[in-house]
Design a binder for this molecule. Structure first.
Ligand code: COA
Length: 123
């Protein structure tokens, strides 16, 4: 993981909330991880999550926009992500950023674990 993070660099982004928390330190309220561009300048969004108490205030969108800008600056021409068909928040977020559904595999993560594949052109 450490080696991957070295390669990913800014493609691993964290969102930090209030500077002062109960523990007295900065609080991570969300994060996003994308792969460096690979074959055919394709980047995969690997993981995105926002702490449930901080959702619906724009953090997920900001993480996506920042990551997409970094993907572009790293030479990506297409960005893909996979989403569970019943994940309404993520599908809505991705569609609002003009991701289009390019595939749906009913067994993407094994038997019965369906995923939609969404893609955005960033070139
Ligand atoms: C998906 C997720 C990252 C969105 O983060 P967020 O910070 O709440 O999102 P934002 O506040 O930036 O909202 C951006 C858009 O997402 C969509 N959205 C977010 N939550 C939604 C919900 N509960 N229902 C419907 N649409 C939703 C909307 O289009 C929203 O735009 P709007 O506020 O203008 O309507 C968050 O719900 C999450 O962490 N979910 C669990 C982990 C997960 O599913 N990750 C994605 C795996 S593929």
């Amino acid at each position: 993981m450490r080696q991957f993070l070295d390669i990913a660099g800014e493609l691993f982004t964290v969102a930090v909330g209030d500077p002062v928390t109960r523990s007295g330190g900065p609080e991570v309220v969300g994060y996003m991880l994308a792969s460096p561009p690979g074959q055919e300048q394709l980047t995969w969004l690997l993981s995105l999550a926002v702490d449930s108490t901080y959702r619906r205030v724009g953090i997920g969108r900001r993480l996506m926009l920042r990551t997409l800008a970094i993907c572009r600056s790293r030479g990506a021409s297409r960005v893909r992500c996979t989403v569970r068909p019943d994940n309404r928040p993520m599908l809505s977020l991705a569609r609002s950023l003009n991701f289009a559904e390019v595939d749906e595999d009913p067994h993407y993560f094994g038997r019965g674990k369906s995923r939609k594949v969404l893609e955005l052109s960033v070139s």
